[in-house]
Design a protein around this ligand. Structure first.
Ligand code: HEC
Length: 134
């Protein structure tokens, strides 16, 4: 009986430990980048114009992701929001992982967290590759 108790406690400890371990371990994803690079049109546009963005980002918002020219909106952008092209462009080509288009929907600065690990990795790879309109 004592042995069983010990086993149960050990098992519980291992379970708790493994739960904790999962939380600490950052999620790692591997994305496949085609030889010609990621495409704004096919890889990026679907992520940032999904209904999970356009529910809020429509013409009434500083960032309108329902517009016909989304690339223009996120690259030359707007100046009315907290983030604008002059001081804080949505796309930061010098420090891609500081781009508000990347950081905010990861749950930073009070923004709702929406990107999956794959979405985030794809977007970052595209910005690192120069955020081309292709
Ligand atoms: C629940 C509503 C909501 C959803 C959904 C949402 N956002 Fe936002 N987002 C906001 C608000 C509010 C702000 C800050 C105020 C503003 O710009 O109007 C903001 C700001 C931003 C900004 C900075 C804009 C600026 O000029 O201040 C970016 C970039 C952004 N969101 C990207 C996205 C992307 C990409 C998605 C989809 C993955 C998304 N958001 C989904 C509400 C939302």
């Amino acid at each position: 009986m004592k042995l069983l108790k010990f086993l149960l406690i050990s098992l519980l400890a291992v379970t708790l430990y493994s739960c904790e371990y999962q939380i600490i371990e950052p999620e790692e994803v591997v994305i496949e980048i085609p030889e010609e690079g990621l495409s704004f049109e096919t890889d990026i546009l679907p992520i940032i114009t999904s209904t999970s963005c356009t529910a809020c980002h429509k013409s009434s918002n500083a960032l309108d992701l329902t517009t016909a020219d989304v690339y223009n909106e996120i690259s030359t952008g707007v100046t009315s929001g907290k983030y604008g092209p002059a001081d804080l462009p949505y796309l930061n080509l010098t420090s891609p992982d500081q781009s508000p288009l990347y950081t905010l929907p990861l749950g930073n600065d009070g923004h709702v967290k929406l990107y999956s690990a794959t979405d985030a990795a794809t977007l970052l790879a595209w910005i690192e590759d120069g955020a081309k309109n292709n």
